[in-house]
Design a protein around this ligand. Structure first.
Ligand code: MV4
Length: 507
């Protein structure tokens, strides 16, 4: 079915994965489960990569630099034609949020497993995205509308009050963003933000937003089918980042209760509807200390941290993406979505937390992955794998699941302890340190925590560490028990329990 907006939705039996590493593996697994034949692509650096061996067919697409391989639209469409792939899944990064790639797929009669090109384009311009969702009733941070002169933006900044942020319209991920604390700094901030935006995106449009301080980054996962059904799969807490790289994500968020979840979820659905969104997507919010939330941007792709949502909802997000792209209706209604238990993801990167997170390259000589109850590892590396400077430094995602947050922290500590990687330095010590931090354990952190208030040098005293963990576990235990208290009318008044108690005592 070719929709009015050019989105192609149709049955397909062979799919090309325009990506590499752990996410290529994740998508391959989804295809294998649904009986979809798979086509991998690889650069010179990935000849021996597991995604190549795992796929039914694999095609070489060029030199290691992404520009010459994973970012080359012509080469990827050519492989689709040669292999007979009827669909393309872009994964994350690379071509996932390129409007022209989604359009090129549609023009070639290939199903793009993602949203319509137009939705990518609208959400890609932060200023257009803001005004589009604002018109749909979504709360946005106070900021300037498109098309203002510098003088008008300066006036607006005075109106909203300092501090403010100068942001690039084409931006995202913090590029071209400048904090401004007083009026005198504005002119310089405009100039340097424009310079950076021009170099990074070829577009030097900037605008101003009021700076929200001490906020958390919380995002809502959405699924939308091609028939107007859009649902939310709860939130992910993503505040633990460093230089706009997420390090730890969890679901649900410590600070989100059922009421806030419903309100954020409904707003996220409205934002997606405003751009006729189809497939999986994420709405990012800033949540301030008073739990006011503001739309930040939309990620029009499958995200790295999707597994924590899969674990607490039981929904296989990749399978759902494939079904939606095949033109199937959503199998779940909003009322079917239940959040059960807790999940935390640690991104294991080849970088040295004791040396300013310096990237570490080299050959992984041996790996011993953690396993056991409540542990999932998504990875694309193996012994003999070489970490090169060409791609990102993520080696794997270690995801733990349990009934309560306290239980997951214990499980994550155990799993991190089991994990062995030889040959390169990793940030496993960072995660171990974080799992011991009383701030993390008690859920007291914001987006500035890792950079401003966390250090590998100060270690929590063992008795503090244990006391806080026990308190966290006890608090959860308490909430569990409260729900198990039996109402008076339901009390078991038979005498059997006395016998069984007596038997227990006798043992
Ligand atoms: C903000 C903000 C505070 N106030 N906007 C960072 C990247 C881009 N996605 C938007 N970002 C921010 N925008 C206003 N009006 C703080 C950030 C921000 C941030 C956001 C999410 C996660 C981590 C962050 C780290 C620093 C700044």
């Amino acid at each position: 079915m070719l929709r009015e907006d050019g989105l192609l939705v149709q049955r397909f039996d062979k799919l090309l994965i325009a990506n590499r590493g752990e996410i290529a593996m994740r998508i391959l697994r989804g295809c294998h489960e649904l009986g979809i034949k798979t086509v991998a692509v690889y650069s010179d650096a990935d000849r021996n990569a597991p995604h190549v061996r795992f796929a039914d067919e694999a095609y070489h697409i060029g030199a290691p630099p992404a520009r010459e391989s994973y970012l080359d639209i012509g080469k990827i469409l050519d492989v689709a034609r040669r292999s007979g792939a009827e669909a393309i899944h872009p994964g994350y990064g690379f071509l996932a949020e390129r409007e022209e790639f989604a359009q090129a797929c549609a023009d070639a009669g290939i199903v793009f497993v993602g949203p319509p090109a137009r939705a990518i384009g609208t959400m890609g311009d932060k200023q257009v995205a803001r005004s589009t969702v604002k018109a749909a009733g979504v709360p946005v941070v106070p900021g300037t509308e498109p098309g203002l002169s510098d003088a008008e933006m300066m006036d607006a900044a005075q109106q909203m009050g300092f501090p403010v942020l100068v942001k690039a319209a084409a931006g995202g991920g913090g590029k071209g963003m400048r904090p401004v604390h007083k009026p005198e700094e504005l002119a310089d901030a405009f100039a340097s933000a424009r310079r950076e935006a021009k170099a990074a995106f070829g577009d030097d449009t900037v605008y101003i937003e009021k700076m929200i301080q001490g906020a958390r980054h919380i995002e809502i996962q959405l699924l939308a089918d091609a028939y107007g059904n859009t649902i939310y799969l709860g939130e992910r807490e993503c505040s633990l980042q460093r230089r706009h790289q997420k390090l730890i994500e969890e679901a649900p968020s410590f600070i989100v209760d059922e009421d806030l979840r419903r309100r954020m979820g409904e707003v996220a659905v409205a934002a997606a509807r405003a751009v006729n969104y189809v497939n999986a997507g994420t709405i990012e919010f800033l949540v301030d200390i008073d739990r006011n939330f503001y739309f930040l941007e939309m990620n029009t792709r499958l995200q790295v941290e999707h597994p924590v949502t899969e674990l607490v909802t039981g929904v296989d997000i990749v399978q759902e993406q494939l079904r939606i792209a095949r033109g199937r209706k959503l199998r779940l209604a909003q009322g079917d979505v239940k959040i059960t238990g807790w999940a935390i993801e640690c991104r294991i990167n080849a970088e040295d937390p004791y040396n300013n997170y310096l990237p570490s390259t080299g050959v992984i000589t041996s790996v011993q992955l953690p396993a056991g109850p409540g542990v999932r590892v998504d990875t694309g590396v193996f012994p003999g794998y070489e970490i090169t400077p060409y791609y990102d430094s993520m080696i794997s995602k270690l995801i733990c699941y349990g009934e309560t947050r306290g239980e997951v922290v214990l499980r994550m500590r155990r799993a991190l302890e089991e994990y062995r990687i030889m040959g390169v330095k990793t940030n496993i010590p960072f995660h171990q340190h974080m799992m011991d931090s009383h701030r993390f354990m008690s859920g007291q952190f914001d987006t500035k925590f890792v950079e401003d208030r966390f250090s590998m040098d100060d270690r929590e005293a063992p008795h503090v560490r244990e006391a806080v963990l026990l308190a966290v576990l006890a608090a959860h235990e308490q909430s569990q028990r409260a729900s198990q208290i039996v109402a008076p009318g339901e009390r078991d008044t038979s005498n059997w329990k006395w016998y069984s108690r007596w038997e227990r005592l006798r043992r």
